[in-house]
Design a protein around this ligand. Sequence first.
Ligand code: SF4
Length: 477
Amino acid sequence: MKEHCGVIGVYSLNGKPVGERIVKGLEALQHRGQESWGIAVNGEPILKGMGLISKGAEDNARQILTLKGNHGIGHVRYSTRGATTIGNAHPIDIQDGHFAIAQNGTIANTEDIEPLVSKEFKLQGTTTDTKLAGLRLLQHYRGTKNWTEAFKLLSKELSGSYSFVILTANGEVLGARDEAGYRPLCIGYDEVSNTYILASESCALQAMQADLVRDVDPGELVRLSKDGIESTRFAQAPRHYHCPFEYTYFAHPSSKIDNQYVYEARKELGRILAKKYPFKADVVVPVPDSARPAALGYSEVSGIPMEEGLMKDRYRRKGSLRSFIEPTHESREEIVRRIVVIKPVVEGRNIIVIDDSIVRGTSSRSIVRSLKEAGAKKIYMVVTFPPIRHPCYMGIDFPTREELVAARVGDDHLSISEINTRVAKEIGVDEFGYNDIQGLSKGTGLKENEMCYACVTGVYLGLKKDPVLRTREEMKA
Ligand code: SF4
């Protein structure tokens, strides 16, 4: 089971209720998950719902306003394994209130954890890796009576990615980031209300009127309690594996992750692509929304004006949602159909389309078709992420090779220029250009030896064991 989601943890030291504040934070993390939401505050039952948090907050306003607890956690979900059901929404209760846990990430070796917990707990109906990890953590905590020691033991057993937030029965909020640092997690503080916050991204801190203090270090456990904030280290890795997909697509452009602004990274990636692929055209057009800064960067270097030739139709149902993180092919397609072409921008002109990544290729094909129908002459396309040719087991939903267009076009020995030519043909553009690992590293500011690129190479060095290949049906069961 893997989850690529948004998490929040809040502790108000002056005793103020935190329910509304968690909602604000989750709204700011909506881009990380659109399927379900959940809030757990001390002294109250866990509140969960399907769909967007803004709708959930509206429908449950009375309940949220009456939440009295001064500390709690929250979650928005994007499932990459496990069904989209209310039962799988986080936070997940572990053994009737021992603690509530929410995760961003993927546990890639659930087959190792399941036998360890099934000896003690009934696992009927369990489909999330978070629940398995939570039950295993409980076993270690019972044995050690110490969270850091429990995490030390757990981290040795887990292979994969996790940024956990936990609400304990003892009046604490915990935040833990795996030692490879795949997924982001940061600490914020609001001086006015003396409140500490843990959040997947700093954009949530902004929405919660808090300042970014720092990132949670890989392998660090942060404990928020009535005594304030404490930090301990539970694991150390020889190197980190930060996910560059966070910078190119997933994270909010206003966020700062591991000391790098996402917006700046995207713009720089566009500049790099302009030097690598200096196509001659009349206009640069970003695929909305995440490729906009990259298009600005490309335009800046090439001198070709950027225009909004493609726009999301925000007034129609689902028009403003993100297609990639939708759970089904049908819902992804529905969102792509909501991208409208602005005819006067493209008609009779040569166009450079910029996108953040190409996964299945279906969205790109559909966009190219619409551009041609609107009268575009030559169409070039560049993407900021290198060819995605292998599944991700660390929290992003491209689970099987046969779904990936860059894998479908040929074997692992193809050069980038050969892949470019074949993908151009697949999606129907005149010329095509992928970024490479070096360009990705330069643009994101992540050193090559601090960055994961397993989905490009198929080498999963950051995992403790080789991942078990599963079909899409198995992942979503
Ligand atoms: S495999 Fe790709 S998407 Fe997954 S964590 Fe690594 S870089 Fe990110």
